[in-house]
Design a binder for this molecule. Sequence first.
Ligand code: UT7
Length: 318
Amino acid sequence: MRGVKIVGTGMCMPKYILTNEELSSFIDTSDEWIAQRTGIRQRRIVTDENTIDLSVKAAKEATEGIDPLEIDLIIVGTVSPHQVIPSVACSVQAQLGATNAMAFDISAACSGFIYGSKIAVEAIRCGSAKKALVIGAEVLSKVVDWSDRGTCILFGDGAGAVLYEQTDVNKILAFDVGSNGMLGQTLSLENQAQNNPLIKNEYSPSFIKMDGRAVYRFAVNVVPISIKKALEKAQVNIDEIKLFVLHQANERIISSVAKNLNVDLNLFFKNLDKYGNTSGASIPIALHEAKSNLKNGDKIVLTGFGGGLTWGSIVVQW
Ligand code: UT7
């Protein structure tokens, strides 16, 4: 079977920094509450950028030095696309000039990057692509209810990108992915109401709704199981892992996972204090920031979890 490796990463964050202090000026919360319960201190939110702008910049960085004509596949994991048609991926394709690529978006919320990576890696393994670009990109600030302090304090905007390439020596060692639609309503973002000549509805925008405690319980339960399953498939011992890059939702979730796995918390990368929860974008952003500390051959784990409910882990050799 063909091998796959990561050959490039990139990220792009909006310029505007929204601090916990500024949030506290228009909603009943405090820096102390947010920092203690989540670890978040600030997040980036768009002022004049959109999901496509952020994706294109992250993609350009991840594909620097690569002829865009060599990119066969572009997948964007997003639940906050700038528009539904054309997809963010097709808009990225146009701006990169990647005219040979098949391009589409997928909806798997905070697992979007992991799910997109699985599709991309399997496309390379079966020979239908040689270079595949996977982007996680969100502008959650437009789908957050800014009057709901249980959710609006958590989320941020941003994009991250990873370029996968076919190689002789395989570096993508294993995946574990799963979904549980039965728990779907614990974290939801409704689409437009039905509206046709027979059903007339007033348009009302919909926002993210979350049962935070239920999602928390789901995350601390499913993430260790997923990591163990992926490591077993990869035949890698947990002691060999140099870095765990988890979806950046809550510092307490990361600590709980580290404790459950009996792994030193220092091996878990964190940047949620700066960016908050950027859903599908958080893992490629974190990987891009973490990679300066990685050496060739280091084994790492990437794990996403969230809306759907969905989850997934990848064991990667750097
Ligand atoms: O990326 C998708 C995956 N999502 C997640 O992983 C989110 C998982 N869930 C969580 O991270 C946590 O559940 C939250 C951070 C969302 C909430 O933390 P919590 O410890 O579960 O708090 P809670 O919702 O149980 O609320 C505790 C108290 C409540 O007050 P009472 O009823 O005890 O008087 C809330 O009204 O804190 C109150 N509260 C706040 N207070 C100040 C809730 N939000 C805030 C706030 N500021 N922003």
